[in-house]
Design a binder for this molecule. Structure first.
Ligand SMILES: Cc1ncc(COP(=O)(O)O)c(C=O)c1O
Length: 415
């Protein structure tokens, strides 16, 4: 039957034995730079080498027991679809969470999404037509590339520099990248992969730009609670861009519940919320048990987030102090999140990272790093940089840095 609908060309191609082609989007979709060297790490482990993972942002701390207790207590007869914007109890809990942290949102302004990831895709789809552009600051969270590809959006990257801890350039430099197709600016605050927190005046600069050029400001605040230095401003703190601000959020990191897949898109702009709701209707709903499981955490967020953030502050301090003892490394003090991008005294950090995981050992141990090139859109940027994620306990972070130091010495004698 299907053949009856084929065009003559397609029928000829099939007869000639050609396969149907996948899309250009699928073909050009990047592999995760974070996972690129994972196979080599597994091979090393099989050979008895201990590998310290500094490459990935999967929190290692336990999820609060109350999450599992809540699931056990649920009296469900059917795991039914939830409403597309979220279960009422979960929406009420998210509103309460925002009340606790001083962000005023109505339940009707919140859409619960499958992780922050889906919130980002929904926001891109809500503001952009195919081929429209969103400005990002590089290095940026590498999955923004994948989301942009799904949404048919072009990311235009504005380069930041390790020398000033990846803070924003002057307003004119940002505005220079705006074209008639630019629909918004996407920021990550606190930043992955940089750990940078934008100051109030940097946020004000962005607010002024989006106001002047009539753009949306999309703010990915999934690391909000991991703020160790300075003041963290939300995009929701600026009433003058009430209709232009889109908050992208997630429970994953702050509550150590990455696998629950619960995030949020929130906006005071009813058109944005309605669009996200309609995209949500197309995928029907978000996992209902997980939405409910997180309610106790959202009702009393600081109880759960504060100990987690404290632990990560210690880890950040450990890494920052540890890096001081490695000659030739360029770094800064990350103000938030649990990442840092550092410059290594090597030409090609990807080559170094590959050698480190495939060949080097120090007392039968080695380290897996994420080369930072994959976090840049501009070719040639970040070639000597790597991202470190602080997902290990303090002693292991100290050991990892000792291994890194020894590895750099050996590498620079060898190559
Ligand atoms: C900056 C940033 N945004 C969004 C996400 C997506 O998180 P999730 O989909 O687990 O909520 C991540 C995950 O690592 C992230 O680092």
């Amino acid at each position: 039957m299907a053949n009856a609908y084929k065009t003559e060309d397609a029928a000829l191609a099939t007869e000639a034995g050609e396969k149907p082609r996948i899309s250009a989007r699928a073909e050009t979709m990047q592999d995760s730079p974070i996972r690129k060297l994972a196979a080599a790490a597994e091979a090393r482990k099989k050979n008895g080498i201990k590998v310290y993972h500094l490459n990935i942002g999967q929190p290692d701390l336990p999820t609060a027991p109350i999450v599992f207790e809540t699931i056990q207590k649920l009296q469900l007869t059917t795991i039914a679809y939830a409403p597309s914007n979220g279960l009422p109890a979960a929406l009420a809990a998210w509103k309460k969470y925002y009340d606790h942290i001083g962000i005023e949102l109505d339940e009707k302004e919140i859409i619960i999404t499958t992780g922050g990831s889906e919130a980002i895709v929904f926001a891109m789809c809500a503001i952009c037509d195919a081929g429209d552009e969103i400005l990002v600051f590089e290095p940026f969270y590498t999955n923004y590339n994948g989301f942009a590809s799904l949404a048919n959006v072009t990311l235009r990257a504005i380069s930041l520099s390790i020398e000033n801890g990846f803070h924003l350039p002057p307003a004119e430099e940002i505005a220079r990248h705006i074209t008639p197709r630019t629909k918004g600016i996407l920021i990550c605050n606190p930043g992955n992969p940089t750990g940078t927190i934008y100051s109030r005046s940097e946020m004000q600069k962005l607010v002024d730009i989006v106001k002047e050029h009539n753009l949306f400001l999309l703010s990915d605040e999934v690391y909000r609670e991991f703020a160790y230095e300075g003041e963290l401003c939300s995009v929701m703190d600026f009433p003058e861009i009430r209709q232009q601000a889109i908050l992208l959020d997630s429970s994953s990191k702050r509550f150590n519940v990455c696998g629950a897949r619960i995030g949020v898109l929130a906006s005071h702009n009813p058109e944005i919320v309605r669009s996200a709701f309609r995209f949500g209707m197309a995928r029907l709903s978000v996992a209902s048990i997980e939405q409910l499981a997180l309610v106790p955490l959202l009702n009393s967020p600081k109880t759960y987030t504060q100990p987690i953030a404290e632990e990560f502050r210690h880890r950040r301090d450990t890494v920052y102090e540890g890096l001081k003892s490695i000659p030739g490394v360029t770094f800064y003090k990350p103000e938030g999140a649990f990442y840092i991008v550092i410059g290594l005294p090597v030409k090609d950090a990807e080559h170094f990272s590959k050698w480190l995981i495939e060949e080097f050992e120090y007392n039968k141990e080695t380290v897996l790093l994420a080369p930072a090139q994959g976090f840049y859109a501009t070719p040639g940027k970040g070639t000597n940089e790597v991202r470190l994620a602080f997902m290990l306990k303090i002693e292991d972070l100290q050991k990892s840095l000792a291994i890194l130091k020894a590895a750099l010495e050996t590498y620079n004698k060898k190559f």
